[in-house]
Design a protein around this ligand. Structure first.
Ligand code: ADP
Length: 404
C-alpha cells in the first residue's frame, strides 16, 4: 500500500475589522496547494459565525456564537479558536509557519519580514495610516506570538510592491516638514498586483505596459511597466483614488475644510464619512454591494455604478499617461472578475485608448485567465483571477527557507 506523504503546511491569515480569514497550504516540493480555508465573521457583534471548507466546497467545520458570548469574541479569542481548529484539522501536515496580510509597511518595510515583538511594535506605528485595517492585521500575529512563541511568522505588506514607483508618483506637493514625517503616496493592494504581475509573462505581457484594475470592496488601479509598479490610484491611505464600496476615493481637500468649518465635523466624523458612509453605499443610499446595485431598479443605484465606472475610466487615462502608453488592461477581484456590466462600461470609457471589447467573451469568460478583447483590439483586455493568499504563502515559504 502506498503511504500518503506527510508534508508541511503554511497558514495564511487575513484579518479585517470584524473578520479573520485563514487558508491552509500544503507545502509540496514544487507548489503550494490549498487544502482548507475558512473564516470567522461578526467579531465583537451579537452574532459571530465560523465556517471552514475544503477547496471543493464541502464544509469541514461550522459554529455560531450569539449574544454576550459573540460580543466578547475579539481578534485574540478568534485567533486562539482558529489555531485550535487548525491543529485538529491538519490532515497529517505539520504547521511550519504563518503568513499574515498587513496593509501598511510604511517606508521601512518594502519586502515581507519575519515578525517578532519588536517588528510588531514598529508596525503598530502605522495604525493611524490605516485606521480600518492595521490594528486588526497585527492582532492575530500578537496572539500567536503569545501562545506559540516558537512558530515562524511573516508579515506581507500591501504597500511593498509599490516601493519601485518613481519619486514623482509617490510625492505630494507639500512642504518638507510634512513630507519628512512620511506623508507621501504608498499605494495598496500590492499583494494582489504582485500576484497578477507574476501571471503576465504567461499571457505574453511580461514586458508590457499594463493597467490592473483591482475592483473589490476596496478598489484601486495599478500601472505596471515590465512587471514593476510605476503608479497607483491609492496613496497615503487606502481611501485615495476610486470610489469604493463605502469609501469616497479622491475628494477635493477643500470639501474637508468646508465640512470642518460649516458642519463642525471632527476627525472621527470625517473618518466615518470617508471610510464607511461614502462610495457606492453613500451615492446609492442602498448598498455597498455591486450585485445588489446592478439588480436594483432605483435611479440612485444606477448613478452609483455609473460614477464608479466613469471614475475608473478617467483614472485609467491618468495611469496610461504615467506609463506613456498602454498595451493591456486587466480586471481582477470580486467586481473585476464577475461583473460583465462594469467591465463593459469601463471599456466603453477607454475605447479612445484602443480598447475593443469582445462582448461574447466578456459575457462568458469561463474559469481562470481569459482574454475578452477582440483579436484586433490595439489594447488587450484580460480577466485574471487574483490570489493574495497564495502570494502570502509563497513569501512565507521563501523567508522560512532563508531562515532555516
Ligand atoms: P474584498 O475587497 O472584500 O476582498 P471582493 O474582492 O470579494 O471583496 O469583492 C466584493 C465585491 O464584488 C462586492 O461588491 C460584490 O458585489 C462584487 N461581486 C461579487 N460577485 C459578483 C458578481 N457575480 N457580479 C457583480 N459583482 C460581484
Amino acid at each position: 500500500m502506498r503511504r500518503r506523504k506527510i508534508s508541511n503546511a503554511i497558514i495564511v491569515i487575513n484579518a479585517g475589522s470584524s473578520s479573520i480569514k485563514f487558508s491552509l497550504f500544503a507545502d509540496e516540493t514544487r507548489q503550494l496547494e490549498l487544502f482548507l480555508k475558512g473564516q470567522i465573521e461578526g467579531l465583537r457583534t451579537d452574532n459571530a459565525h465560523f465556517i471552514a471548507r475544503h477547496p471543493a466546497g464541502d464544509v469541514v467545520g461550522e459554529r455560531r456564537w450569539t449574544g454576550a458570548e459573540a460580543g466578547a469574541f475579539d481578534h485574540d479569542a478568534a485567533t486562539r479558536f482558529l489555531m485550535a481548529f487548525i491543529n485538529t484539522h491538519l490532515e497529517g501536515h505539520t504547521v511550519e509557519a504563518v503568513g499574515h496580510r498587513i496593509v501598511h509597511g510604511g517606508g521601512d518595510f518594502t519586502a515581507p519580514a519575519a515578525l517578532n515583538a519588536a517588528v510588531l511594535d514598529r508596525l503598530a506605528a502605522f495604525v493611524p495610516l490605516a485606521p480600518l485595517h492595521q490594528r486588526h492585521n497585527l492582532a492575530p500575529a500578537r496572539s500567536i506570538l503569545a501562545s506559540t512563541p516558537g512558530l515562524f511568522q511573516v508579515g506581507c505588506f500591501d504597500t511593498a510592491f509599490h516601493a519601485t514607483q518613481p519619486v514623482l508618483a509617490q510625492a505630494f506637493a507639500l512642504p518638507a516638514d510634512i513630507t519628512d514625517r512620511g506623508v507621501r503616496r504608498y499605494g495598496f493592494h500590492g499583494l494582489s498586483y504582485e500576484y497578477i504581475a507574476g501571471q503576465l509573462p504567461a499571457l505574453g505581457l511580461g514586458d508590457a505596459k499594463v493597467i490592473v484594475a483591482h475592483l473589490g470592496n476596496g478598489a484601486s488601479l495599478c500601472a505596471i511597466d515590465a512587471g514593476r509598479s510605476v503608479a497607483s490610484t491609492m496613496g497615503f491611505t487606502a481611501v485615495e483614488g476610486l470610489p469604493m464600496g463605502t469609501r469616497s476615493g479622491t475628494l477635493d481637500p477643500g470639501v474637508l475644510l468646508y465640512l470642518m468649518d460649516e458642519m463642525h465635523m471632527g476627525p472621527r466624523d470625517l473618518e466615518k464619512l470617508l471610510y464607511q458612509r461614502s462610495g457606492l453605499l453613500g451615492v446609492s443610499g442602498i448598498s455597498s454591494d455591486m450585485r445588489t446595485l446592478e439588480t436594483s431598479p432605483e435611479p440612485r443605484a444606477k448613478l452609483a455604478v455609473d460614477l464608479f465606472t466613469y471614475r475608473i475610466g478617467r483614472e485609467i487615462g491618468s495611469l496610461a499617461a504615467a506609463l506613456g502608453g498602454l498595451d493591456a488592461l486587466v480586471f481582477t477581484a470580486g467586481i473585476g472578475e464577475h461583473s460583465a456590466g462594469v467591465r463593459e462600461a469601463v471599456c466603453r470609457h477607454t475605447a479612445w485608448l484602443g480598447v475593443e471589447l469582445d462582448s461574447g467573451a466578456n459575457a462568458h469568460p469561463g474559469e481562470g485567465a481569459a482574454r475578452i478583447s477582440t483579436p484586433d483590439s490595439r489594447t488587450a483586455v484580460w480577466i485574471v483571477p487574483t490570489d493574495e493568499e497564495q502570494m502570502i504563502a509563497r513569501h512565507t515559504r521563501r523567508l522560512l527557507t532563508g531562515a532555516n
